[in-house]
Design a protein around this ligand. Structure first.
Ligand SMILES: *[C@@H]1O[C@H](CO)[C@@H](O)[C@H](O)[C@H]1NC(C)=O
Ligand SMILES: *[C@@H]1O[C@H](CO)[C@@H](O)[C@H](O)[C@H]1NC(C)=O
Length: 125
């Protein structure tokens, strides 16, 4: 009674759609937020820091990676790699895609700026 063929078909279709969504890009990258790391590599005055931003998603490019960067000084880094947009808002790689599992690295010489991930988007087919 409840399992007439049309209803079965609808349920099957809903299941298929939800499976597709679960295997879509969001799910593939969900737990794979990009990481922003920095280590001190020079101990002079000013000190020198190596920064590495990595796309940890194996499936999709990441775009528009914004980093909380405090008073980061544009003078210490190429803006194509890391651009200061406003206080506490810097953008990685000009907002352009960082391919799956790819890193972008740069160094700066200055007293340390705290850098933490702020926002990003995955770009999927
Ligand atoms: C950032 O720079 C401004 C202007 O130089 C200063 O007033 C402010 O205290 C600085 N903020 C931090 C967190 O260093
Ligand atoms: C950053 O500095 C370290 C140590 O001086 C050097 O080995 C590394 O190649 C530099 N990285 C970049 C991206 O310039």
């Amino acid at each position: 009674m409840i399992s007439s063929p049309p209803l079965k078909l609808v349920l099957w279709a809903l299941t298929a759609v939800s499976l597709i969504l679960h295997h879509g890009c969001g799910a593939r990258c969900d737990t794979k937020a990009p990481t922003v790391q920095q280590v001190q590599v020079g101990f002079g005055e000013p000190p020198k820091f190596a920064v590495e931003v990595k796309n940890n998603c194996p499936m999709c490019p990441v775009i528009d990676v914004h980093v909380k960067c405090g008073n980061f000084s544009q003078a210490v880094v190429d803006p194509r790699q890391f651009k200061v947009l406003s206080y506490d808002d810097c953008i990685v790689n000009g907002g352009l895609p960082l391919p799956p599992l790819q890193k972008l690295s740069f160094n700066y010489s200055h007293s340390k700026f705290l850098l933490t991930l702020k926002d990003w988007h995955f770009q999927c087919e």
